[in-house]
Design a binder for this molecule. Structure first.
Ligand code: ASC
Length: 153
């Protein structure tokens, strides 16, 4: 590759990136879909570990509950950027069209989950399983309500 072709390639690549709409954070829809699915999967794993303790399927471990809840709370902000305009297709996924046609409602659900995840993380700081159970219920409910409304089976 000559210097001239290299400069041309870099300039072309930069132009491609700059040509994306300002709100597009992903190179392609497929990446956005992978991103939201991956982040939701990780959230589900860590949330599930707290759930197992709350439901008595795993012995209660206050430190583990706290660590898992901190991960859930931090990651709760992430998936939503992956549901941007045009990401209703591009890869296999289970999101209903209503995600894009009822955006205000979808955003409200996303916000509720973030609020409940923060409350759950705060509850785990108490080290008290009863308090964790109290916060876990509404957090799990927020997952379910959104899935029922916006996710295909
Ligand atoms: C989980 C998980 C969900 C929620 C939901 C709560 O652990 O992966 O989607 O809890 O099942 O009802």
């Amino acid at each position: 590759m000559t210097l001239k072709t290299l400069v041309f390639s870099v300039a072309t690549a930069a132009a491609t990136v700059l040509a994306l709409p300002a709100n597009a954070q992903f190179a392609k829809a497929e990446d956005a879909i992978k991103y939201r699915q991956s982040s939701l999967f990780v959230i589900g794993e860590h949330f599930g570990r707290i759930g197992a303790m709350v439901n008595g399927k795993l012995p209660f471990d206050a430190k583990a509950a706290q660590e898992n809840a901190d991960i859930v709370a931090a990651m709760a902000a992430l998936p939503w950027a992956g549901f941007g305009p045009g990401t209703d297709k591009g890869a296999k996924h289970k999101a209903k069209p209503s995600v894009w046609t009822e955006q205000a409602k979808f955003k409200e659900h996303a916000q509720t989950f973030q609020t409940e995840a923060a409350k759950l993380a705060a509850a785990t700081k108490s080290g008290d399983l009863a308090q964790i159970k109290t916060a876990f219920g509404p957090a799990a409910q927020s997952c379910k309500t959104c899935h029922d409304a916006f996710r295909n089976r």
